[in-house]
Ligand binder design. Structure first.
Ligand SMILES: [Zn+2]
Length: 75
């Protein structure tokens, strides 16, 4: 599958951590519009590879505003 550009694409929140390919970079978007790279390997170790992304959203903490809860994930 080819993509015309690398604009972040929203990820299906029902996907699991193990569904994200190793070469892909996952981003989380905060309510404050802060966009941060997510360390997938760290999340897998912490929560398990079969964790559904939707259940992770409230567990993430923003490095900018300190608020918890990602609005959504993007690739
Ligand atoms: Zn934030």
């Amino acid at each position: 599958m080819t993509r015309p550009d690398r604009k972040p694409e929203r990820v299906d929140p029902e996907e699991r951590l193990q569904d994200v390919a190793g070469w892909e970079i996952l981003f989380a978007l905060c309510k404050c519009e802060h966009f941060a790279e997510v360390d997938i390997r760290r999340l897998k170790r912490k929560f398990g590879a079969d964790t559904v992304l939707r259940t992770l959203e409230p567990k993430l903490k923003c490095a900018k505003c300190g608020g918890s809860g990602a609005r959504h994930f993007s690739l």
